[in-house]
Design a protein around this ligand. Structure first.
Ligand SMILES: O=P(O)(O)OC[C@@H](O)[C@@H](O)c1c[nH]c2ccccc12
Length: 274
């Protein structure tokens, strides 16, 4: 079993345990009571800035080191909104990340921005959970079996949410699009060293149809990286660790947002009408 297969098995077992406590039918009922999902597309892709920012609430790094500065996730999300983030991402699991649906609840109660729920999602039960807790976008992984991925994307879209499919290679990018994704997150980090490789972004996105939204996800350290990814054709950057480690998250998000709106990055066709 590969480590990804082991993580999938773990996520499935955990979801099955939760389903034995709260059956799917109850969850579906609960999702009918929450306000409908916000269509995040118009917030993510805008004409007046080259790149928009998804700011992430998370309790651990990609290598599961503790990010103890998170404190109150709702408050942090308010800082992100005040800093100009287009969307807030919340890591809700798996358990190694110390994230939970409680964090999603706290963020949902605090901001009106679209929310991306970020977990290893492997069963339709988790899709309904995310919706019942107010998510508008849901992260999926292109390494899942194709039929499973297709089914999950369909389920996400049928609940009015947007599926964000995370990819690392051209092949995964093609799989994601074939499976019905129109928002793709590209992780350009080397899996061993976690070093960001902007040139990989170009290679992977090359195979995507132009209408597909491109999110640069993982390892973005600051405004400079936002501009680099913008030049590679990113529409959105997803930033977690660097914001949480900063001394002033609102100010840091504002700096990322300003970098994404830098006039030098806006295509001339748009600049003329501004
Ligand atoms: O903290 P970073 O390096 O800015 O990375 C953010 C994002 O890529 C990451 O949190 C993420 C991407 N896909 C995920 C799936 C599950 C949990 C978390 C994630």
């Amino acid at each position: 079993m590969t480590s990804f297969e082991a993580m999938v098995a773990g996520a499935k077992a955990a979801a099955d345990r939760r389903a034995s406590l709260v059956p799917l039918a109850r969850l579906k009922e609960a999702s009918r009571l929450v306000p409908g999902a916000i269509n995040a597309l118009s917030s993510l892709r805008t004409d007046d800035r080259a790149v928009t920012v998804i700011a992430e609430v998370k309790r651990s790094t990609a290598t599961f080191a503790d990010l103890s500065g998170v404190g109150d996730p709702g408050m942090l999300a308010c800082f992100y909104a005040a800093g100009g983030a287009a969307c807030v991402s919340v890591v809700t699991g798996p358990s190694t990340t110390r994230g939970s649906l409680k964090d999603l609840d706290a963020v949902r109660a605090s901001v009106d921005l679209p929310i991306l729920a970020n977990d290893l999602v492997v069963t339709p039960y988790q899709v309904h959970e995310a919706r019942a807790h107010g998510a508008d976008l849901l992260m999926l992984d292109a390494r899942l079996e194709t039929l499973v991925l297709e089914g999950l994307i369909e389920r996400v879209h049928s609940l009015g949410m947007g599926a964000v499919v995370e990819v690392r290679t051209r092949r995964e990018a093609l799989t994601a699009v074939d499976a019905g994704a129109y928002i793709v997150a590209i992780d350009t980090r080397d899996p061993d060293t976690l070093v960001v490789d902007c040139s990989l972004f170009d290679q992977v996105t090359d195979v995507l149809p132009t209408q597909v939204v491109r999110i640069a996800a993982g390892g973005v350290r600051g405004p400079h990286d936002v501009m680099s990814f913008a030049r590679c054709g990113a529409d959105v950057v997803l930033v977690g660790e660097a914001i949480i480690r900063s001394t002033d998250p609102q100010q840091f998000v504002a700096e990322l947002v300003a970098a994404g709106a830098h006039p030098a990055l806006i295509p001339s066709a748009h600049r003329e009408v501004l």
